[in-house]
Ligand binder design. Structure first.
Ligand SMILES: Cc1cc2nc3c(=O)[nH]c(=O)nc-3n(C[C@H](O)[C@H](O)[C@H](O)COP(=O)(O)O)c2cc1C
Length: 166
């Protein structure tokens, strides 16, 4: 097995994330969290997180649930976005998706469309989100410290951080 970039094997999703300006994460609420498939993606992104490789990019988050607790899952996905260095423009969650009923469907789809527009506007205007920017800044310090400690073992990550600093 050859470990290549960002400590993960070839992964098409990762390459698309590195190439894009913005992305949308979508998951059902499975036991107050994301689906196992989405969590597998998160776990495979640890190299990207160590390098905060998506700094400057934007994301939107979509979630569905059977009964609710949408905010918990949306917040978790948004936190993941921030640990990559990217900013979240917001999230839309839909309860009652499990039984295929969408109360206030027009409102829900309207909010989803607006979220998409917000994603485009944020990319175009490089919008700032002060609360997230503070988190990202603090997390940046934490990751830079980690890479410093691990520099002997993680030459690829060290190189990425050297490039970031220049
Ligand atoms: C394994 C599993 C766990 C689930 N856990 C929750 C939950 O904790 N809270 C909730 O409101 N809905 C839960 N649901 C309902 C799903 O969120 C809902 O069915 C889904 O959002 C609708 O899309 P789908 O049926 O196409 O997967 C769960 C569904 C499954 C299959």
């Amino acid at each position: 097995m050859q470990i290549t970039r960002y400590n993960v094997r070839e992964c098409r999703i990762k390459d698309k994330l590195l190439a894009c300006d913005g992305f949308i994460l979508a998951s059902p609420n499975y036991i107050f969290s994301v689906s196992a498939q989405m969590k597998a993606l998160f776990d495979r992104c640890n190299g990207l997180i160590h390098c905060m490789a998506l700094e400057g990019k934007y994301a939107a988050v979509v979630e569905t649930s059977g009964g609710g607790d949408d905010e918990e899952v949306i917040s978790y996905m948004e936190r993941f976005v921030n640990t990559l260095g990217a900013r979240s423009v917001g999230g839309v969650g839909s309860p009652a998706a499990g039984v295929r009923t969408f109360p206030d469907e027009a409102d829900l789809f309207g909010r989803a469309q607006e979220l998409g527009r917000e994603l485009c506007r944020s990319i175009a205007g490089q919008r700032r989100y002060p609360e997230q920017d503070e988190f990202i800044q603090n997390f940046r310090g934490r990751m830079a410290g980690l890479i410093d400690v691990m520099k002997e073992y993680w030459p690829f990550e060290r190189e990425q951080w050297e490039k970031k600093r220049t």
